[in-house]
Design a protein around this ligand. Structure first.
Ligand SMILES: [Zn+2]
Ligand SMILES: [Zn+2]
Length: 408
């Protein structure tokens, strides 16, 4: 076979394989929703965790992120149920980031009008997703701090603690309420770029993404997306497409609207109230998502890459940890000291006691308490607990039975 003939043969074969792939093999389009609200986004999200998982299954999704507004209340429920359903759970949060310090509690000037003062102007949205266990622990710290130190209208974090606890987290620039998006809408492109640089330096170039959306009925969204694309190109920041899901199916929109009216203290008959009925915030299929971003196909593919990178394992059924937590949560001080003696583990009783009281009184789920408490112990503590003798374990178990409190 001559050289030309050989190349001709290779060319024909490659063309055949390409066309076969294109027309015969029906590859399902892949996309992962990285920005999802459940009913734990209080009076804002409608969908129960089960609804979201059912819908994701129906659409053939392999992974799904949960990013509730300012809290992690649904994280463990979502983790357990998604795993059971064969969907990879990505744990996250749509954080409120204070404009200045999370400790400041003052209304700031309304930038959109230049006059008056609005609570809304005190914070911006930022989507955070855990890449690994360190990220999960950091997200717990950020969430706790936002409620205990940063609460002003909303639980707010700030740049100071993001700098401290960013490791293991992937950040997306947020919805239209994101800081960069808002600067773009206001035509303040220099500030938008400076903010993007700032987030790049906090999270690192591999862990910060620009979020873009398809919101054809919201004029500000078109301005924001145009600006966001410019910044992404200029600073070489990868982009992702998100949907900002607030309910599972399109027909649920009217019920979410009622919920929002309750949150804002209005009735559905008030024409001037805040409403999200202009746009659809349901979970869409991968094909629909891809059809809205034909000029930037990478925004679809990048969601898959992020989902592949995120691997968090919550050891919810680990014997020692659960018993330890039940034991600690019983009625704190005396049993703690006893435990400390039995297992020979130094425990900061006062710190844990305070935290336990908050967790106990909140009435939240048993598994969540376990995770939070486990994250308060150092790796050294955990290693010691794992290595305690079987005799000590038995004693511990006995203490546990003695003081056992009913599981919430
Ligand atoms: Zn948002
Ligand atoms: Zn959102």
């Amino acid at each position: 076979m001559g050289k030309e003939e050989m190349w001709g043969c290779i060319y024909t074969r490659c063309t055949f394989v390409y066309l076969f792939d294109l027309y015969v093999c029906d590859y399902p389009m892949k996309f992962v929703h990285l920005h999802t609200h459940s009913h734990y986004s209080l009076l804002d999200g409608l969908a129960k965790i089960d609804d979201l998982i059912d819908r994701a299954k129906e659409l053939g999704m392999e992974a799904l992120a949960l990013t509730d507004h300012g809290n992690l209340y649904g994280a463990v429920e979502f983790y357990v149920k998604a795993k059971k359903a064969g969907i990879k759970p990505l744990l996250g949060l749509e954080a409120y980031v204070a404009k200045g310090s999370r400790l400041d509690r003052q209304l700031v000037k309304d930038e959109s009008t230049g006059t008056g003062k609005k609570a809304k102007e005190n914070y911006n949205h930022l989507t955070l997703i855990c890449e690994n266990e360190t990220g999960w622990k950091n997200l717990l710290k950020l969430s706790s701090s936002s409620h205990l130190e940063g609460f002003y209208y909303k639980p707010r974090i700030d740049r100071e603690i993001l700098n401290q606890w960013h490791e293991g987290l992937i950040a997306l620039s947020g919805c239209l309420g994101g800081e960069i998006a808002q600067f773009c809408v206001q035509g303040r492109m220099e500030e938008a770029e400076a903010t993007a640089r700032e987030y790049l330096s906090i999270f690192g170039k591999d862990n910060f993404f620009i979020e873009i959306w398809h919101l054809p009925h919201i004029p500000d969204a078109a301005i924001a997306v145009k600006g966001l694309k410019e910044i992404a190109k200029k600073l070489n920041i990868p982009m992702v497409a998100t949907k900002d899901i607030h309910y599972a199916r399109p027909e649920d929109a009217q019920y979410q609207d009622i919920l929002l009216a309750v949150q804002t203290g209005n009735t559905v008959n008030d024409a001037n109230r805040m409403s999200m009925m202009d746009e659809n915030y349901a979970m869409n299929s991968a094909e629909e998502m891809a059809s809205w971003f034909p000029d930037v196909p990478e925004v679809i593919e990048n969601t898959n890459k992020i989902a592949e990178r995120c691997n968090v394992t919550l050891e919810l059924d680990e014997f020692e940890a659960i018993h330890l937590v039940d034991y600690i949560a019983m009625d704190v001080k005396a049993p703690l000291e006893k435990y400390s003696m039995v297992a020979n583990v130094p425990v900061d009783c006062k710190k844990i006691e305070e935290s336990i009281n908050i967790i106990k009184n909140s009435g939240i789920r048993h598994e969540f308490r376990t995770t939070v408490l486990k994250s308060m112990l150092t790796d050294r503590d955990l290693a010691k607990i794992k290595n305690i003798s079987s005799g000590a374990k038995l004693k511990l178990q006995k203490c546990n039975e003695e003081f056992l409190i009913p599981v919430v």
